[in-house]
Design a protein around this ligand. Structure first.
Ligand code: FES
Ligand SMILES: [Fe+2]
Length: 373
């Protein structure tokens, strides 16, 4: 017999300032956070700036080594990077201090007359360093230097995510917008198979057949969904063009990388990578990147087929995301009414229960990257 559960977390957790700042603090101090792709900082001196909680963090390539620091100059605290991506020495725009791969200021204009810093004093004025680890193409950062490594954080799904990320080929679309909703509503919506056919009548409804296989490890979850015969038939006509893709499946699958990132794919042909960035208790920035698969031995499908697939996948995603935005904003409004109802989570919302348990664990310090899993 199938059992439903009450919602598991309280309505105020979706709009209170104090819950929000506790969650931001977990992102900034405790968790491994997805930050970008290796390709985003592939060349010497390439950099990427990412928001983690209330902080801004720089990832920079130093001759092949990717390092991360607080985006705050150790001199008088200017932001070092004002833009999201670029290339150049790690130089502060205010008084031109230049930092090396250890975050130590190696060039301080007029040092002798202005500061007289020796090597020890320079080292004392280093940037605040973050740990960087990678899972295939996925880069993660963590502020806690005593925390267990990324492999422990991702658990059994580390290898799967590594393999998936290594399938990412050319980027086909980038899209971002803001939800007027708490970040947990947005994430929960991605973990909800139940809504897919009602909220997405022209995309997921004709595609999904209703067979879902769930998987969990530690803070992460995944689902694999079978597709309708109709979808299978139309895909069958195209499959030959994509035969050289490394991951051949006939399903849709979706991974939730706790807490803010998801990676989904249809048939292993295209991959959609989403990140939610909490902005305030009631506002969340959403960023998505769509990738074509890589192809073995460079056996690319014909350009016209790739173009058509890219357009149709981008259109599919944008339709889905805007429908999700509407419904998430309705949920935010309903939660704020604080009606005293307990709510219910059914079988097709089981990943939300798991997400709530994961949240409980990290709030209680039970995950604490240092404890065993
Ligand atoms: S604030 Fe950065 S060099 Fe002065
Ligand atoms: Fe949705």
């Amino acid at each position: 017999m199938v059992e439903s559960r009450p919602l598991g977390i309280k309505p105020e957790q979706y709009f209170s300032e104090s819950w929000f700042s506790a969650e931001q603090s977990l992102l900034e101090n405790t968790l491994w956070n997805f930050a970008g792709l290796v390709r985003d900082v592939a060349g010497d001196n390439d950099f990427l700036t990412v928001p983690i909680g209330s902080k801004s963090v720089i990832l920079q390539n130093f001759k092949g080594e990717i390092r991360a620091f607080d985006n705050v100059c150790a001199h008088r605290f200017s932001r070092i990077r004002a833009c999201e991506r670029g290339n150049g020495l790690l130089r502060c725009p205010y008084h031109s201090w230049v930092y090396n791969s250890e975050g130590v200021p190696v060039s301080i204009p007029s040092n002798e007359n202005a500061f007289g810093f020796d090597a020890v004093a320079r080292a004392q004025h280093s940037l605040k360093r973050w740990r960087v680890e990678q899972c295939g193409e996925l880069l993660f950062v963590c502020a806690d230097h005593a925390a267990r490594n990324l492999r422990s954080f991702l658990g059994d799904m580390f290898e799967e995510l590594e393999a998936l990320s290594n399938c990412l080929g050319n980027e086909m679309d980038v899209f971002s917008f803001e939800y007027e909703a708490n970040w947990k509503i947005c994430v929960e919506n991605t973990l909800d198979e139940y809504h897919a056919t009602f909220v997405h009548p022209t995309t997921f409804r004709p595609m999904l057949s209703g067979g879902f296989t769930y998987g969990y490890d530690r803070l992460l979850s995944k689902v694999e969904a079978s597709v309708t015969d109709e979808t299978q038939k139309s895909w069958g006509r195209l499959e030959k063009f994509f035969a050289a893709r490394p991951l051949k499946t006939d399903t849709y699958f979706h991974y939730a990388v706790f807490p803010l990132t998801t990676l989904a794919s249809t048939f292993g042909v295209n991959f959609s990578l989403q990140t939610f960035v909490p902005q305030s208790p009631r506002r969340t920035l959403f960023k998505t990147r769509l990738f074509l698969s890589k192809f073995e031995d460079g056996r690319l499908p014909p350009a016209g087929v790739v173009k058509a697939l890219g357009q149709s996948a981008a259109e599919f995603n944008r339709t889905v995301f805007l429908e999700d935005k509407f419904i998430c904003e309705q949920v935010q409004l309903g939660l704020q009414q604080n009606s005293g109802l307990t709510g219910a989570l059914g079988h097709y919302e089981q990943r939300i229960s798991h997400f709530h348990q994961a949240l409980d664990r990290i709030h209680a310090g039970a995950w604490g990257a240092r404890t065993s899993g």
